[in-house]
Design a protein around this ligand. Structure first.
Ligand SMILES: *Cc1c(COP(=O)(O)O)cnc(C)c1O
Length: 502
């Protein structure tokens, strides 16, 4: 990169600022200026002064320094970084959706409520549940909501001694975090040598102190829990509830319904499985599906459809067909309004576009793509478990006779134009590289990725130093990630921060 351009990229809006330059096209003030009654401004703001073009160029350049699924393959395991169809965006921008207000009278937003109602119904059908609430705005918030519901459920039954939640050692970190936040104690259950939950350890842990088990199926190794029915039975027999972490439904949609397996409550991640944008700080959505037992504890408002809408009445007398309600023993709201409404529209469009058969096909393709890639990489990197995988699989980022580690391989992939897989997770696999190709990628892309990983394996033996110092082609080289996380600085003096880390 020519030196001169590099410098302009590294400049902050303050350094680009030029006194008196502005985008401000406000007319001259034609009323007497008055002082504010209170002094709100304690010091001069030092706002940067830039033209509109300066601002556009600066932020477009910054955006191009990020990796995104619209610019390259993003096989980040457990995160389901599939392509988000642009038609979802077009639907979410329709004025009737994007310009409605959450406090509008419900008879003026019947279309919005109809969409929410149908989404609730579709998710019920997909998951095999008795009821669905769209309230939670992330997977982790869905977990917390469910655990609070479980607490209320046991309190009502007088079973206040149930203080433990069992969690497999392969679980996503949000599971123990949500458990602790909800006031339960997390107890870790080990995995067996096949990558499944250790049934004997589960049996030993199941007693009257157990409120439930949180289980991810397929688990984070990308493996289907072969003993899921025995696991559910074991927890139910001791009086506990089974929480399904349904963040990654990508292998199951249209093929297996968690409710049919006996799962009592589960969150879906619309921003993973149902094609809505994910990451970049965009809003997520983690609706909850529950069995009959827990339905009356769901957070509201939920949407219902009037059974006998009086269609023959004069227009002003027609009662709204779709109304809001809060279940009888509800734990309350999880956010101020309806949840991530714009995300509902995108997920609705995604499901409508695919249809039942299309959803099932996407799940089958997700599994096919993962197994294809896994076979292409066999023999190049050790597999964590040599079993047919579901929508993802875990490799070990190590090469015999080389000092490289998983992090080196991941960083080097950036030089080849690919986003790295999830690295060092799940925690139970040393040097884990967790790869989820998703169904939206072509065979050509999967082959190119496999070829890159193969070339990197060769480099690891021939020139390990290239890997140790990678990436070499990105705007920013290798940073001290631990320090960056611990001493996070988001102030305007980014140049100073960069210097400190280099
Ligand atoms: C992503 C994920 C979560 C958390 O979902 P967020 O929406 O990021 O809060 C929980 N469990 C699993 C298995 C996940 O992959």
């Amino acid at each position: 990169m020519p030196e001169i351009e590099k410098r302009s990229i590294e400049k902050t809006v303050y350094e680009l600022s030029s006194q008196g330059r502005s985008t401000n096209l406000m007319p001259e003030c034609d009323v007497p200026e008055a002082k504010l009654p209170v002094d709100l401004l304690h010091e001069d703001l030092h706002l940067p002064e830039l033209s509109e073009l300066d601002v556009v160029r600066h932020f477009i350049r910054l955006s191009q320094r990020n990796f995104c699924v619209d610019s390259g393959f993003y096989p980040l395991g457990s995160c389901t970084m599939k392509y988000n169809p642009k038609i979802n965006e077009a639907c979410a921008r329709l004025a009737g959706f994007s310009q409605s207000h959450p406090l509008q009278p419900i008879d003026t937003v019947q279309g919005n409520l109809a969409l929410m109602f149908e989404l609730q119904e579709w998710l019920k059908e997909i998951g095999g549940f008795a009821a669905v609430s769209l309230q939670p705005t992330a997977g982790a918030q869905g977990e917390l909501t469910a655990l609070l519901m479980m607490r209320a459920y046991f309190r009502d039954r007088g079973e206040t001694g149930r203080t433990q939640i069992l969690i497999p050692d392969s679980a996503h970190g949000t599971n123990p975090a949500s458990t602790t936040m909800a006031g339960f104690e997390a107890l870790e259950i080990p995995s067996d040598e096949h990558g499944n939950l250790d049934l004997a350890a589960l049996k030993a842990a199941c007693d009257a102190s157990v409120a439930g088990l949180m289980i991810t199926n397929p688990n984070t190794l990308g493996l289907f829990e072969r003993n899921i029915e025995s696991i559910v039975r074991c927890v139910h027999n001791c009086g506990g509830l089974v929480y399904g972490d349904g963040a990654n439904m990508n292998a199951l949609v249209g093929a297996v319904r968690p409710g049919d397996l006996g799962i009592d409550v589960m969150h879906y991640n619309l921003h993973k499985t149902f094609g809505t944008p994910h990451g970049g700080g965009g809003p997520g959505c983690g609706p909850l599906g529950v069995s009959e037992k827990l339905a009356s504890y769901l957070p509201g408002p939920m949407v219902r459809r009037a059974k006998n809408a009086e269609k023959s009445e004069p227009a002003e007398k027609i009662k709204p067909v779709y109304t809001l309600f809060t279940p009888e023993k509800s734990i309350g709201r999880m956010n101020s309004h309806f949840g991530s409404f714009g995300v509902f529209v995108r997920a609705y469009a995604y499901i409508l576009q695919h249809g039942a058969e299309g959803l099932k096909q996407s799940a089958l393709h997700a599994v096919l793509n993962a197994n294809y890639l896994r076979e292409r990489l066999r023999g190049i990197y050790p597999l964590s478990h040599d079993r047919t995988c579901m929508h993802e699989f875990v490799l070990q980022g190590k090469i015999e006779g080389s000092s490289v580690r998983a992090v080196d391989i991941s960083k080097r992939l950036l030089d080849y134009g690919f986003h790295p897989p999830t690295t060092y997770f799940p925690l139970i696999v040393p040097e884990a590289l967790m790869i989820e190709p998703t169904e939206t990628e072509s065979k050509q892309t999967l082959d190119a990725f496999a070829d890159a990983l193969k070339a990197i394996a060769q480099e690891a033996v021939d020139h390990p130093e290239i890997l140790h110092t990678a990436p070499h082609t990105t705007a920013v080289g290798r940073l001290d990630e631990v320090r960056a996380a611990r001493k996070l600085k988001l102030r305007e003096d980014v140049v100073q921060v960069k210097k400190e880390f280099e």
